[in-house]
Design a protein around this ligand. Structure first.
Ligand SMILES: [Zn+2]
Length: 586
C-alpha cells in the first residue's frame, strides 16, 4: 500500500475546502457565476498557501460538464480527470524547468488547436517568474490576443520579478498567509480524521512553525504522524522536528528577566544536548520576547501574534511582571547576540555571554533608582546632588513624585565668594523671593504672576507635571522677564544643557506660558558664560567639553563594562563628581 502524503491526500477539491483564502475564493466564484472569465489569471503568494490548488479548482469549475449549481461538481468526467491529473486539456508547466523561448514556442503551437473535449484549453504555468525575458516576450504576444478557447493561469511566489507588461494583462489574485487559528483548526481536523491523538500544544507548535504555509505545516504533520506513539505531546514534536517548545522559551525568558543566569544556562544546555540549531533557537527566543512586548503594550495581542488564546494569556501574565524597559532591553541584547552568532565560530559561547550580559544589565539596570538613592544620601548628608534625576530621555511614563523631598541645595555665588563650600539653602536666594503663602499655582489670574515673586509656585506647578524638570527649575538662581523673554540664569551651568534641549525647552516654555498667562520665550543661561545665552560661543564651548567627556577613557571603560553607550553628557563644575553617571545604560 502506497502512502499518500497529507498535502496530496488533503488537497482541496472545491472552493469550500480551501482554507484561509476567503476573499480570493469569493472573487473566483463571482468570476464564474457572472461569466466574466479573464484569459489570464495570476495567483501570487508565499509557498504552500494554495496557488496551484486554486488554479486547478478554477480549471475544474471552468471545464465542468455540469455547469450548474456549485462548481466544480467533482463528479463529471472532466472534474474527475483533473483531480486524477489526466485531463487532456489542462497543461501544467513548471516555469522553473521550462523557462526558455523554445518551451513558450511549443506552448503557442499547442494552443493553436481547439481543446480536445472540454470548453477551454487551460495552461497553468507555475513559478512563472522563472521564465527568461525572451520567453516573457513571446508569451506577451499571445496574451495580447489570446484565442477564445485558451485560459492562462500563472502562479508565482515572486510577483515583483514578472514584467509589468505581463502583469497588466492578467487579473491578479493575491493569496495571503494562512492565519494561525485556521492552520491549527485544519491540523486538528486532519489529526482527528487520521485517528492520531495529538495534544493541542503540539499542534500549536506545528501551526506556528508552518508560518502561514499549509504545505509546510502538512509536511511537518507527516513527520510527526510517522513518529507514531499513542499520544503525541509537545515534547514529542520538539524531539521529532527539532522545534523548541514554547514552554521552554517561556522558562528561559523568565530566568533571564529574573536574573537567574544558572537557570538560563541550564536550559541552554538542555537545548544544545537535544541538538537544536542554536541560531534558529535564538530566533525563536527573540520572537518570544517580541511576543512578550506585544502582550505588554498592546490591548489586543492576538491580532499580532501567532499563538493560541492560552499561550497569549500566559505570555501576557509573564510580561505583566516586568517593565517595558526590561523587556526591550532583553530584546536588544538578544538581537545583538543573534547578529554576533551569525559569523561566530562558537555560537553557543556567544549566546552564553549574551545571557551573562543580560543578567548583568538587569543588576545594573535600576540606574535611575541608584541616582535617586545617591540624591537621598547626599541630601541627608548636606552634600551635592550629582545629577538631575531621572533621565528625561526615558520614554517611560513619568512616575516620579512631583514634590522633591530633599531640601533645595545650591552653591553660593561663585563670583563674590570663591570658596567651593556648598551650603544648604533654607531660604530662597535674593533674586527669587519665596512666596510660600501665595495661592496654589494655576488658580485664577487675579494678578499677573511674576517670576521673581512666584518662582516657587512655578516650580510646584511644573512638579505636578514633570518632576525632574521642577527640581532643575528650582535650582535657578535668577529669573525675570525681559520683554517677551523669561530669562533664567544659573550660577552653575550643569543643568542648562538639559533644559536647553529642544524638547525640554519646548515643554518648559509651554509650562511657563500656561503659568504666567502670557506669550513668552524661555532663555536659559549660565553665569560666567556671558549674556550670549543659548547660542554662540557658549554652545561651542559646551560642545567641545562634551565631546572630550564622551571620549574620556573612564567613560569609555564604563560603557564597555556595562555594554552601554554614552547617551547624554552634562558639562559643568559638577560633572566630574558624577562621571560614572554619564554612561547611560542602553
Ligand atoms: Zn464537473
Amino acid at each position: 500500500m502506497s502512502y499518500l502524503v497529507l498535502a496530496r491526500k488533503w488537497r482541496p477539491l472545491d472552493f469550500d475546502q480551501v482554507v484561509g483564502q476567503g476573499p480570493v475564493v469569493r472573487i473566483l466564484r463571482n468570476v464564474i457565476s457572472r461569466n466574466r472569465v479573464p484569459h489570464a489569471m495570476l495567483f501570487s503568494g508565499v509557498r504552500g498557501v494554495g496557488k496551484t490548488t486554486l488554479a486547478r479548482i478554477m480549471a475544474k469549475a471552468l471545464n465542468c460538464e455540469k455547469q450548474e449549481g456549485a462548481l466544480p461538481c467533482n463528479k463529471c468526467s472532466s472534474c474527475l480527470e483533473i483531480t486524477a491529473g489526466t485531463a487532456v486539456d489542462l497543461h501544467e508547466i513548471d516555469g522553473a524547468s521550462n523557462r526558455g523561448i523554445q518551451e513558450i514556442r511549443d506552448l503557442k503551437e499547442n494552443i493553436r488547436f481547439l481543446p480536445s473535449r472540454n470548453r477551454y484549453k487551460i495552461m497553468i504555468i507555475d513559478e512563472v517568474h522563472m521564465l527568461t525575458n525572451e520567453a516573457f516576450n513571446a508569451l506577451l504576444k499571445t496574451l495580447e490576443e489570446p484565442p477564445d478557447h485558451v485560459i492562462f493561469m500563472f502562479a508565482t511566489t515572486e510577483i515583483h520579478k514578472i514584467p509589468v507588461t505581463i502583469l497588466s494583462r492578467c487579473q491578479r489574485y493575491e493569496l495571503k498567509k494562512v492565519p494561525f487559528a485556521e492552520l491549527f483548526g485544519l491540523f486538528q481536523k486532519i489529526a482527528e480524521a487520521e485517528k492520531v491523538t495529538i495534544s493541542d500544544d503540539a499542534l500549536e507548535m506545528i501551526a506556528r512553525e508552518a508560518a502561514g504555509s499549509i504545505r509546510d505545516g502538512l509536511s511537518l504533520l507527516d513527520q510527526v504522524f510517522s513518529f507514531g506513539g499513542d499520544e503525541m505531546t509537545g515534547a514529542d514534536v520538539s524531539e521529532v522536528l527539532g522545534l523548541v517548545d514554547s514552554q521552554l522559551l517561556e522558562r528561559l525568558a523568565a530566568a533571564l528577566l529574573a536574573g537567574d543566569l544558572g537557570a538560563a544556562l541550564k536550559i541552554l544546555n538542555q537545548v544544545c544536548t537535544a541538538g537544536a540549531d542554536l541560531k534558529r533557537f535564538t530566533a525563536d527566543l527573540l520572537h518570544f520576547v517580541r511576543g512578550l512586548i506585544v502582550c505588554r503594550l498592546n490591548a489586543a495581542p492576538a491580532e499580532l501574534l501567532d499563538g493560541s488564546d492560552r499561550e497569549i494569556a500566559e505570555m501576557t501574565e509573564l510580561a505583566a511582571g516586568y517593565s517595558d524597559e526590561s523587556l526591550s532591553q532583553l530584546f536588544d541584547y538578544l538581537l545583538k547576540g543573534a547578529a554576533e552568532m551569525q559569523y561566530a565560530p562558537y555560537p553557543r559561547l556567544v549566546l552564553e555571554m549574551t545571557f551573562a550580559r543580560i543578567v548583568q544589565s538587569g543588576q545594573a539596570a535600576p540606574i535611575a533608582s541608584l541616582i535617586a538613592r545617591i540624591d537621598e544620601l547626599l541630601a541627608a548628608g548636606g552634600g551635592e546632588s550629582p545629577l538631575p534625576s531621572p533621565s528625561p530621555v526615558s520614554s517611560l511614563p513619568e512616575k516620579k513624585n512631583p514634590e522633591p523631598a530633599a531640601p533645595t541645595i545650591t552653591e553660593p555665588d561663585r563670583l563674590s565668594e570663591p570658596s567651593p563650600a556648598f551650603v544648604v539653602r533654607e531660604q530662597p536666594p535674593p533674586d527669587v523671593p519665596g512666596s510660600a503663602s501665595k495661592p496654589a499655582a494655576g488658580t485664577g489670574p487675579e494678578a499677573s504672576k511674576d517670576p521673581r515673586r512666584d518662582w516657587d509656585d512655578f516650580a510646584v506647578y511644573i512638579g505636578e507635571r514633570k518632576g525632574w524638570m521642577a527640581q532643575i527649575v528650582k535650582m535657578c538662581d535668577s529669573a525675570r522677564f525681559k520683554g517677551d523673554e523669561l530669562q533664567m540664569k544659573y550660577e552653575d551651568s550643569t543643568h542648562c544643557p538639559i533644559l536647553q534641549q529642544a524638547d525640554n525647552l519646548k515643554v518648559l516654555t509651554e509650562f511657563a506660558q500656561d503659568f504666567f498667562q502670557r506669550e513668552l520665550r524661555v532663555k536659559i543661561s549660565a553665569r560666567g558664560t556671558g549674556e550670549g545665552g543659548n547660542g554662540g560661543d557658549q554652545a561651542t564651548v559646551l560642545q567641545e567639553e562634551r565631546t572630550a567627556l564622551r571620549r574620556d577613557p573612564l567613560a569609555l571603560l564604563v560603557s564597555e563594562v556595562f555594554s552601554g553607550h554614552v547617551a547624554d553628557v552634562r558639562t559643568g563644575p559638577r560633572s566630574r563628581v558624577s562621571g560614572a553617571g554619564t554612561a547611560k545604560e542602553e
